[in-house]
Design a protein around this ligand. Structure first.
Ligand SMILES: Nc1nc2c(ncn2[C@@H]2O[C@H](COP(=O)(O)OP(=O)(O)OP(=O)(O)O)[C@@H](O)[C@H]2O)c(=O)[nH]1
Length: 388
C-alpha cells in the first residue's frame, strides 16, 4: 500500500520548505517519490531533492488542473507501477485546485493499491487575507479541501495577522488542524503525525478521563505504547508530557476526593444518609452508582470547552488565569483544565488544573496553542475572553 500525500499551497507559500522538512526529518527511511507539477519552469526545485537521493518524476504537461484526470492519473499510475514507493508526495502547481488533485488520486486508488493519506495546504500567514480576496477561486478551494493547514511565516508575521488568518481559514474549514507554530520549531515527526491524524480531540479525551474517573487506561492499552500501569508506581514521565496527549500526572486525583462540590454538601458521606431520596440543590446527580467514581453522573453534568489559538500568553498571565479557574467560580465550576500555550518568547507552558490545584511546566512546542476546560455551568463566552 502506497501512501499518497498532497502538499498544496499558493505560489511561494512554502510547500518546498515543508516537504523538505518532512523528507529529511520524518520519512528519511522510506522510498519516496515526489511528484512536482511546476507551472512552467520545470526542475527549479529538483536540486536539493536529487541531493537527498530521492527519485523524481517531473511532469512537463503543465498545470495539473488543466490536464488532470487523464494525464495526471496515468502519470501517477506509471510512477506507482515503476517505483513501487512507500509514499508519494504530490506537490501540485500553486494554482491547482486541491479537490481536483484529490479526486485524481481517488480515481487511481480504485485501480492500484494506494491510499490518500494526507491533504495539506500551506498558507502564507501574511498573505492569506489578500489572496483570499484576489485569488479566491484557487486559494479557497485549497483551504476548504485540506485536512491540515500549515501556516507559513508565522515566525515573522505579526500576531494579529496570524490570528486573523486563522479566523478566515476557520470560516472556510472548521475541521482541519491548523498549524500556527513556526514549523522550524516543530519536528518533522510531529508534522507527519498531524497530517496523518488531523483530528486530535483533546476535549473528548479529557472529558472521557473525567467521566471514567481516570482509570480508563487500566484495562486497555493506550495508543502511545507506554506502559501506564507502571507509571502510577514509578512516576516515570514525571517531567515530560507523553506523546499520547493523555495526562498521566493527575490520574490519581481529581475526583472531588478532597475538593468540595459547588453545592456545599459533603458527597463523601453521601452513601450513608444525606440526600438518599431527595434531590440535591446543586443540579448534579449524586446517584449512588456513579458516586464511587466521581460523585456525579458525568454524562449529564459535565461539559467541555476547547480552544485552539495562535496567541501567546505570558507565564504570569497564565498563572493568574489558572488561579481564577482553580479557586473561583467566575467561569463556572471547573473540574479540570489542561492545555499548552506559548509565551511571548516562544517558550511552551503545559498546564494542568484541578480544583484548588494548578501546575505549569515547560514542554516542547506543539502545532498550535490548546486549552481544554471541563466542568459544569461553564461560562464559555467568559472563558473565550479570558484566553484572548
Ligand atoms: N520566514 C519564513 N520563510 C519561509 C517560510 N516558509 C517558506 N519560506 C521562504 O519562502 C520562500 C518560498 O518558499 P518555498 O518553500 O520555495 O515555497 P513554494 O510554495 O515551494 O514555492 P513555489 O513552489 O515556487 O511556488 C523561500 O525563500 C522560503 O525560505 C516560513 O515559515 N518562514
Amino acid at each position: 500500500m502506497t501512501k499518497i500525500d498532497i502538499i498544496s499551497g499558493f505560489l511561494g507559500a512554502g510547500k518546498t520548505t515543508f516537504i523538505k522538512k518532512l523528507l529529511e526529518e520524518a520519512i528519511a527511511g522510506e522510498k519516496v517519490v515526489l511528484i512536482e507539477n511546476e507551472f512552467g519552469e520545470i526542475g527549479i526545485d529538483g536540486g536539493f531533492l536529487q541531493d537527498s537521493g530521492i527519485e523524481i518524476r517531473e511532469m512537463n504537461s503543465g498545470c495539473i488542473c488543466c490536464s488532470l484526470v487523464g494525464d495526471f492519473g496515468r502519470s501517477l499510475s506509471e510512477v506507482l507501477t515503476k517505483y513501487e514507493p512507500d509514499r508519494v508526495i504530490i506537490e501540485p502547481s500553486g494554482v491547482g485546485k486541491l479537490s481536483d488533485v484529490m479526486k485524481a488520486v481517488c480515481d487511481v486508488a480504485g485501480e492500484i493499491d494506494v491510499v490518500l493519506n494526507g491533504s495539506v495546504t500551506v498558507v502564507d500567514a501574511q498573505k492569506c487575507k489578500m489572496y483570499m480576496k484576489n485569488f479566491g477561486e484557487f486559494f479557497n478551494n485549497q483551504i476548504e479541501s485540506a485536512g491540515t493547514i500549515v501556516l507559513s511565516r508565522t515566525d515573522v508575521a505579526d500576531a494579529d495577522k496570524v490570528a486573523k488568518a486563522v479566523e478566515l481559514i476557520r470560516e472556510k474549514n472548521p475541521k482541519a488542524a491548523v498549524v500556527t507554530t513556526p514549523i522550524g520549531r516543530l519536528t518533522g515527526a510531529q508534522l507527519l503525525e498531524i497530517i496523518e491524524k488531523p483530528t486530535d480531540d483533546m476535549a473528548a479525551e479529557l472529558l472521557e478521563e473525567v467521566r471514567q474517573g481516570h482509570h480508563h487506561h487500566e484495562d486497555e492499552e493506550c495508543c502511545c505504547g507506554h506502559d501506564h500501569e507502571h507509571h502510577h508506581h514509578h512516576h516515570d514521565h514525571e517531567d515530560e508530557e507523553c506523546c499520547c496527549g493523555h495526562d498521566h500526572e493527575h490520574h490519581h486525583h481529581h475526583d472531588h476526593e478532597e475538593g468540595e462540590c459547588c453545592c456545599g454538601h459533603d458527597h463523601e458521606h453521601h452513601h450513608h444518609h444525606d440526600h438518599e431520596d431527595g434531590e440535591c440543590c446543586c443540579g448534579h446527580d449524586h446517584d449512588h452508582e456513579h458516586h464511587h467514581h466521581h460523585g456525579h453522573d458525568a454524562d449529564e453534568v459535565f461539559t467541555s470547552w476547547g480552544l485552539e489559538t495562535s496567541r501567546s500568553v505570558s507565564l504570569e498571565r497564565l498563572n493568574e488565569i489558572l488561579h481564577d479557574l482553580a479557586h473561583t467560580e467566575k467561569y463556572g465550576t471547573v473540574l479540570r483544565a489542561k492545555g499548552m500555550l506559548p509565551d511571548e518568547n516562544g517558550v511552551w507552558h503545559y498546564f494542568d488544573m484541578v480544583p484548588e490545584e494548578t501546575e505549569v511546566r515547560e514542554g516542547a512546542p506543539i502545532y498550535t496553542g490548546k486549552v481544554c476546560v471541563i466542568g459544569s455551568g461553564l461560562k464559555e463566552d467568559d472563558l473565550k475572553e479570558l484566553f484572548h
